[in-house]
Design a protein around this ligand. Structure first.
Ligand code: B12
Length: 298
């Protein structure tokens, strides 16, 4: 079968095999960025054209050059429009202002301009989904901030100002995450660990998938975590650490904890060695993706 412009059509499985991109990711790029524009078969299946395949190949090339997913998608759609492929702006089209907003956010945060930073975040939140803002703007921004801090191009004050402002916004998104009837997750950082922003992002996304969150946050004594697990009977416990030295001294207690509840370790400090030693699952991906991949208990 052919599309109206005469190009051959593919089912999603075939497209996925040709491109080496999972069906899950292809669907996400379709719904999030409008990169795929399938036609429907008589039986209602989505059918993809060579133009769709070309857009995904260009998306892959942009990602390989280091663009974020949102930037890469915008570049691909911009190329199509520039080349006269002119597609109508649909509901999935990335908002034009969105790609400039991360720059505006960075500038505002660097200048200690709280109202401008909040306004940039407000606009990002209204133009894009929470998932996209967290995964494609907030997390990359934090990583870049750390690199600038390390290289001396961002001061400690700028880093503190920015991370506190972002933490406030995350706390807003987290509000009510203990409500509901879904499975329960206890989230904490081990003693000495103050990096909890990624853990908050993980909790926000997990809650959006129906989980209830008991958030203990940074610097939690392992005995307290264990008591909480005994009292709350969570379906999952996630401990996040950026620094391995904050997990290693607690291996014995964590081994006992992993026998009481499903335990997962995450963050740069969670090594395969420590996870293997204590019998915990290791979450190696970013917090948004890992939260999307956590299955509900049966
Ligand atoms: C904000 C920040 C702080 C804030 C934290 C505020 C808060 N409430 O979290 C404050 C000011 C407290 C802080 C303090 C310090 N920090 Co700091 N900090 C950062 C910064 C800029 C962002 C951290 C962050 O949230 N990143 C976002 C996450 C998503 O990125 P990531 O950590 O790379 O995580 C990846 C994965 O590991 C995974 N992941 C991480 N956590 C989790 C959790 C879950 C559940 C999942 C699924 C996945 C996951 O997702 C990411 C991939 O997408 C980073 C820079 C950076 N590169 O991250 C430095 C950074 C982490 N800090 C660093 C350092 C050195 C420190 C200090 C030791 C500085 C000092 N001398 O005092 C202290 C230590 C504090 C402590 N005892 O914990 C170093 C760590 C280097 C190292 N590995 O040894 C970094 C990398 C900066 C740098 N480039 O040097 N910091």
């Amino acid at each position: 079968m052919d599309t109206p412009d005469g190009s051959p059509v593919l089912r999603i499985g075939e497209l996925s095999r040709r491109l080496g991109v999972s069906e899950h990711v292809l669907r996400a790029w379709e719904s999030r960025y409008g990169l795929l524009q399938p036609v429907r078969s008589a039986g209602g299946f989505r059918l993809y054209s060579e133009a769709d395949e070309s857009r995904i190949r260009r998306m892959q090339a942009h990602l390989a050059r280091g663009l974020s997913a949102a930037e890469a998608a915008r570049a691909v759609l911009g190329e199509d429009n520039g080349a006269g492929h002119g597609r109508a702006a649909g509901p999935h089209r990335a908002a034009p202002a969105a790609s400039e907003l991360p720059g505006a956010l960075r500038q505002a945060l660097d200048a200690f301009d709280e109202p401008a930073a909040q306004a940039a975040l407000d606009r990002l939140m209204s133009d894009l989904s929470v998932t996209t803002v967290l995964r494609d703007v907030v997390l990359p921004y934090l990583t870049e901030l750390g690199e600038r801090w390390e290289s001396g191009t961002a001061s400690i004050a700028q880093e503190h100002f920015a991370s506190n402002l972002i933490r406030g916004r995350l706390a807003g998104l987290a509000r009510g995450w203990g409500n509901g009837h879904g499975p329960r997750a206890v989230l904490a950082c081990p003693p000495g660990e103050l990096h909890d922003l990624a853990l908050m992002v993980f909790g926000i996304m997990l809650n959006r998938n129906g989980w209830r969150i008991d958030y203990l946050g940074m610097n939690t004594p392992v005995e307290e975590l264990t008591k909480t697990v005994d009292a709350r009977h969570p379906d999952l416990v996630v401990l996040a650490a950026t620094l391995p030295e904050n997990l290693e001294p607690h291996a014995t207690q964590l081994t006992a904890l992993a026998q009481r509840s499903q335990l997962a370790l995450a963050g740069a400090g969670a090594t395969p060695q420590i996870a293997g030693a204590v019998g915990a699952r290791l979450l190696t991906g970013d917090p948004v993706t890992e939260a999307e991949n956590i299955q509900w208990p049966r």
